[in-house]
Write a protein that binds this ligand. Sequence first.
Ligand SMILES: [Zn+2]
Length: 491
Amino acid sequence: MPITFEVKETDLMGRIGTLKVGGKSIETPCLVPVIHPVLRDIPLAKYTEMGFGALMTNSFITYKRRREEALEKGLHKMLDYDGVIMTDSGGYQVLQYGQVDMTPSVIAEFQAAVGSDLAVTLDRPTGYSLSEEYARETMKVSLDGARETIKKFGNSATTWVGPIQGGLFDPLVRASTKALLKAGFEVLALGSPVEMMDNYLFGDLVRMIVAARRVMPYSVPLHLFGAGHPLTLPLSVALGCDTFDSASYVLFARRGRYMTERGTLILEEMTYLPCSCPTCNSTTKTDLVLMERRERVNKLSLHNLYLLRQDVLRCKEAISEGRLWDLVEERAAAHPRVMTAFVEMAKNSEWLAGGTPFLKERGLLMRSEVDEARPELAMARDHLGPIMKRRSTGAILVVPESDGPLSRSALYQQALRLMKRVPGRDVYKVHRQLGPFPAELEFVYPFTQTVSDGEVTRKQVRDAVRQLRKMGYASVVVCEKRRPETARPAS
Ligand SMILES: [Zn+2]
């Protein structure tokens, strides 16, 4: 069944959108909690109450353990859930249990028959394979399964999700993505991040997402498998992933792990529960530890789920405010590996500019060297190129005292006096990140809206003068406030 995907707001490659599938709609970015087809810790009504409009369950396990019931009632009735149900093909389980009788058609026929809204075709996960040969093989097998499914069941009420494989090998990821689009898939899902997440290989994760997303049309939604980790959620959203399934909230809870936006903590080693979710509000760390295991896992799972829910909302608010970059950077400060991933993301500044609004209401915060690669600055540099033209024979270069507007500074009066004395001069202002620019552009975003701490350096002034000279100005007068000599310590 065809889907519709409407994008409302964007920042970097992240977007807030409405995905309509199977007569239901969900707002993206959207976390899709994974529920076990048989085992149930959290009542399903709780997911609806918490606002989760979509759930994921495993078709292979359902097929093996609740086949008759699922076929008779349909998934929605069987699970008593009327939101979007996404089904994973069970490719991982097939591989794990060596189920050779399970073919793409068998599982697809089952997924369609039980009324899955979004169904992943049978794939073979590449995982964190270092062998290119194996990665190529898994990519090819997954693609064959996807083609077979869409050919036989393309007209069913189920929307098929094409699984991208290839893992660490960018050319394979790109080839897989292109081939799935060509086969007619309207939603794609990027496989294999789980091992990268578990081993904190976030830089590899960024490269893999970028490889896929860069060759996808903007209008095609991308799902990221197994990505419910607060450390990387903003990053994945910023790179254009729209939906994320995650079993992490339960898996972590079973291992006694308590999620925070800065990583996971071991419950036993904690003193407090630094969270205000309903679960943490109604218990203490000591009570949790003393609880019977099943109840503790349940409570921890709920806390983890609240945390992930809050994080998705935080990403959405950041997109809406135009400060997704800042959110990713804040998260990068939590762990060196996330910082590596952030630096990796920043290498794609020009591409990220494609989804970044041309104008923003908020100032551009410059906090680190990585911020020099902000897409807003890349866009400004692009626009500045053709504008930097000599109109007179001489230039006045104003070195601002602060990031504020020139017209409100004493230097402006000085520049005006200079212009009266020596007419026919173009006035430029030095920007710490963008170099010299025509002063009349100072109210154009982001010239005055860049917020940084510190002053224009001597080197930046020298470089600016050199640049203006290169443009053909016979003379460049530097207009700046004299800085007081640094006081020397008394000897
Ligand atoms: Zn909590």
